[in-house]
Write a protein that binds this ligand. Sequence first.
Ligand SMILES: [Fe+2]
Length: 295
Amino acid sequence: MVTEEMLWKDSYLLGHALIDEQHKGLFKAADTLMEALKQVDTREDYTYHIRESLAFLKEYALNHFRYEEAYAFSMGINYDAHMKLHGKLLGNVFHHEKKLMGSNFANSDVKEFLGFFITWLIYHIAEEDQILSKGNIAAGITSPVSDTIRWDEVIEKFADRTCDVFKTVTGLSEKDITRQMKHNTRITPDVCYEVAIIGKVEKVIGYIYSKEIALGAFKVMTSMEVDELNELIYSSLQEISNIISSRFSGIITASGIECDIDTPRRVTVEEIPFTNHRFLTHTKLGSMEVILFDK
Ligand SMILES: [Fe+2]
């Protein structure tokens, strides 16, 4: 039984009573699933419990998305891009569900699903839904169309967006997150991801996370203490890399050059070359490194 709200923070409130209530419900559903995961050694009906919690969460998310989209429509808000985010999430949930069924809800697969889902939920509600509720989803795409990309400028903007994503998912304040361009410091490469950019830009973004930032970020996001790197943390970092990369493709698309991102892939640090287009993000939870390189 869930005794307290672990994941919800009042900073996620949008000011729309029913949508806020539904968002709390989604976090609560994730809380229930996390609780179920903790009881893996003590409950005999563990699989049944997880299966039920997941089915509830899926149903709840579907109904909520329908409501949110109907609300945006009734308010005359352009929600096409937002609807795509919902669709992508549901696609991901179905993918995880299939995997979970295949392994009869193996502990590692449940963790992988939860790490992803919690991270997605926090960012979506703390950022994307806020934008939607203000009705300015297309804002920012105003730069003139150009064929040439000034990479130094892009990297500066990208470093800012990376800090923004960290601020949103962790709730840290501005002064606790800084960026460092053209550094010569290497951070301990405990977990690495790469995300390929697809479309007219042939680049790859490499992400290097220290264990410190990986565990620290997860703790402030979920109030859950995890001592070692495991699937919960990996899939949370995978989703953070995915979100940051979507900010990158947003910057490029805003300059009139169409591109999208591929699914993040876990790699070794040797697979990420050291290029001039790189920056560090320092937070009080630890540091991470981002490197842009050619395909
Ligand atoms: Fe939404």
